[in-house]
Structures are given as structure tokens and as C-alpha cells.
Design a protein around this ligand. Structure first.
Ligand code: CO
Length: 158
């Protein structure tokens, strides 16, 4: 396949990212957080405190998403305990349908927009078409489980 924007011929050449051929873009820096949906946030925090000595590093109600969340620090990453604050919240729907458990994994990236474009170019499905504000002042975008091997992914740029 010939790329009209730069004249290169390569099956995996991506003109949008304008990177050298044959090497995938390195966009992930580490796991930002693993998010667990729970019915009772206080009970979940208390359990993690008693079982692991884990303390809440950050607590936030994200009104836009209808979620109440607590971040417990694990090294440079977080365990995020989250619950819904209203019936139309995605977490409330998830809990009703699937029960408690892992809801999504946050991948920390240098550039959320670039990572989102690379995922879409690779066949993934964006839920957020553009990066948007997340909790603790981050910039985030969600990627649909369909197209990402059954796992809801959140791209997190600090
Ligand atoms: Co998250």
C-alpha cells in the first residue's frame, strides 16, 4: 500500500502518526489504575485498610460521570474503588448487570489524543471521540471493550 502523504509503501505504515515503519508506537508508560466497582464504597475502603493497610490517597465525586471514587496508592499506580451516585451512572448500570468486580483498567499514557488515534487506527473503538477531563486533574478517554478483547480501557494522561 502506498501512502499518498509521504510516499512510503508499507502495509503497516500509519501516515497520521508519521512514525518509522516496522515499529509500533510506544504510548503506554504504565498501569495508572485498576478500577473495581463496588456497592458500598465505605465498606470497600475499610476492607482494604484492614486487609492491606491501604490508605485513601485521593477521594473524588465526579459529577459528570455520576461516580464516587477512592484511589489507594500501590507504588506508582492506584487501585480505584468506585461506585455510582445516581441511577443513570455507568457504574450503577454495571453493578446491576454484572455485580461487583473489575470495571476497567487505566493505562497511563504520555499523550491521550495520540494514544486514542493509534488505538482507532489499530481497529479499536473509541467511546470518547476526544480526550476529556478525568478525576484528579487528568485527561482521559475510554475505549470500548468490543475491539479491545473484552476489557474496558481508560487512557490516562497526567
Ligand atoms: Co478510571
Amino acid at each position: 500500500m502506498w501512502c499518498s502523504s509521504c510516499g512510503q509503501t508499507s502495509s503497516n505504515h500509519s501516515p497520521r502518526l508519521n512514525r518509522p515503519t516496522g515499529r509500533p508506537p510506544v504510548l503506554l508508560t504504565q498501569i495508572d489504575h485498576v478500577a473495581i466497582a463496588v456497592h458500598d464504597l465505605e465498606a470497600a475502603i475499610d476492607y482494604h485498610r484492614r486487609a492491606f493497610g491501604a490508605e485513601v490517597h485521593h477521594r473524588e465525586v465526579v459529577e459528570r460521570d455520576g461516580v464516587d471514587e477512592a484511589l489507594l496508592r500501590i507504588g506508582e499506580s492506584y487501585l480505584q474503588l468506585t461506585t455510582g451516585t445516581r441511577p443513570d451512572s455507568a457504574i450503577t448500570t454495571f453493578l446491576a448487570k454484572r455485580g461487583e468486580g473489575i470495571h476497567h483498567i487505566g493505562y497511563r499514557v504520555e499523550d491521550c489524543a495520540e494514544a486514542l488515534a493509534a488505538i482507532v487506527a489499530a481497529g479499536g473503538r473509541a467511546i470518547d471521540l476526544e480526550p476529556r477531563p478525568g478525576s484528579r486533574g487528568t485527561t482521559v478517554a475510554f475505549v470500548h471493550p468490543k475491539g479491545s478483547f473484552g476489557t474496558l480501557i481508560e487512557l490516562v494522561q497526567e
